[in-house]
Design a binder for this molecule. Sequence first.
Ligand code: GDP
Ligand code: MG
Length: 436
Amino acid sequence: SLTERLSGVFKKLRGKGRLSEADIKAAMREVRMALLEADVNYKVAKDFCNQVSERAMGQEVMESLTPAQQVVKIVNEELTRLMGGDEPTQLHIKNKGQTVLMMCGLQGNGKTTHAAKLGKYYRKLGRRPLLVACDIYRPAAIDQLRIVGEQAEVPVFEMGTERPELIAQKAMAYAKDHGNDIVIIDTAGRLQIDEALMDELVRIKQTVEVDDTLLVVDAMAGQEAVNVAKTFNEKIGIDGVILTKTDGDTRGGAALSVLAVTGKPIYFQGIGEKLDDLEPFYPSRMAGRILGMGDVLSLIEKAQAVQDDKEAEEAAKRMMANKFDLNDMLAQFAQIKKMGGASALLSMLPGGNQIDPDALDEKALPHIEAIIYSMTPEERAKPSIINPKRKRRIAAGSGQTVEAVNKLLRQYEMMQKLMKQAKRNPKGFMRRFSGL
Ligand code: GDP
Ligand code: MG
């Protein structure tokens, strides 16, 4: 995989005091190979490597990072840029009147599922979406939309096997009458691109004013997905992509090439079959995932902003080495606050989404601090000795309940377990990180 190849590359850079031009060249050769293996478009891979080497050579080596880390940092930043920058690109959702989203793409790529996912997503944001059944060729398609619409609690407009453009037009009138402000049109797909399909989509677009033509593509298709995107863009004009089944894709080739090849951003990604499995597409997170290290680099960057480099490195090292105890946890809270809160921090750690951010909620921090302050230094260093009797004492001393003490200890144990898991997993982030 790309992840493995890249970590192999960076391991080779390990221990070098300074990065020579030859080092960078050799590393970039490997990176290019890794990208090509991940099914990244040839030209995209080449341009990418040129970009990275240019930056790597021009830059003076930062004192706080090893040369290998520095290259990883640049690769990470360039990957992010390649996919659209730091923030997700927003759909063109209007605040007044009807916004029309049209799903298009090949059969089985996830149009119907993602029409419903988007419907649910916007309903939860307080909008009133309407799903429109324009896949008229298989009776099962309308049923499927009706079922997922029901699950999403989003109404479905259908007119059986009427012409799709007529259905779309009537749906607009229906939406106006019923106060639906986001109209999501599900369309038919084919196993392959054909003229009839394209014509049909063009006719829908000529009949209703589509704000976002969303191409739904399966991430697992790799380079082929990018070719599909290119063709759809040329034939009907797309505004952006919904990249589906990223839960199954480990290669990342599609995600990396789409923007560079089509000029169109990825708006959302599908991360599973359930209707909640939809996320705005964060290029930085995808870059981190491709590099296999969470958003650890941005974590380091943020840490650097509030601490001096050495201290940050120490804290990170202790965390990575699974050595942090409750004393460390306490010491980190001040930093957590400065770094934008616990949930922000957790979202950056690999596996951090497994931790309930509520349990480390900003509002809960003073309570947690109070509890830890009420422990003896020994208890803080070795939480396993905290028995029920000690718990009652700590609770009383901190003005908290025993349940709150238990909750904190559970949270601490979970974090430790997570660190251990990550360490045990040879392909996991810990090893790679400490191997830099
Ligand atoms: P359509 O033909 O383009 O409308 O595709 P469907 O919406 O019917 O989806 C085809 C299959 O892919 C269904 O079994 C979906 O459950 C599945 N699917 C769609 N999106 C995702 C995703 O993001 N992850 C996973 N694992 N499966 C997905
Ligand atoms: Mg469908």
